[in-house]
Each structure stands twice: as structure tokens, then as C-alpha cells.
Write a new protein. Sequence first.
Length: 114
Amino acid sequence: VQLQASGGGLVQAGGSLRLSCVASGITFSIYHMNWYRQVTGKQRELVAIITEGRSTNYSDSVKGRFTISRDNAKNTAYLQMNSLKPEDTAIYYCNPRRVGDGFWGQGTLVTVSS
């Protein structure tokens, strides 16, 4: 299984970024896709979920600013991040998950300057 997360970078507060996660080696369409983020020294935080049926859920800290989506034909999950804040600075990880199964990639760094 390989997960390739991309789209991170340096952006000013109020700006936008779109993260992508391409998965290979799994039947992508049957997995829930999660986006997590982690700041050094802190626990990994669940940011957004999209189920195989495309239901979505968000943490309170990003609700209304972030949008998760998926394209099963491209084995890709996305996280559109708008109105970014300095506290959104973290490494973002995608995480395909189903009961008894889950995978992690290397993450992509998002840095939001004030």
C-alpha cells in the first residue's frame, strides 16, 4: 500500500490550500478516508472524514472552512482548506480506514503565517 499526500506549503493567514492523497495497493472505494494533522509534541488530531458512501464529518476547529472530497476513479482524496489560520499549521496525513484495517502515509506539511 502506498499513500502519496501532496499540496502542502507556506501560505498567509486567510489563504487557501488543497491537499491531495493518492492511494495505491488498496480497493480505494471501500475505504473511509480520513485526514489527520499533527503538531510536533502533540497528539494526532482527526480533522475530516469521508465515508465510502460520501458522508462527511469535520472537527469543530475546521468546520465551515475545510471540505473533504474523494474521486474513486482516481483513487484520490482531497482536503480543500480555506480561511487558513496559523493554528492550522501541522503535518497533514491521509488515512484510509475500514474495520480492522488502516494505513498511513508520510504526510504533507502546511505552514500558515500570520
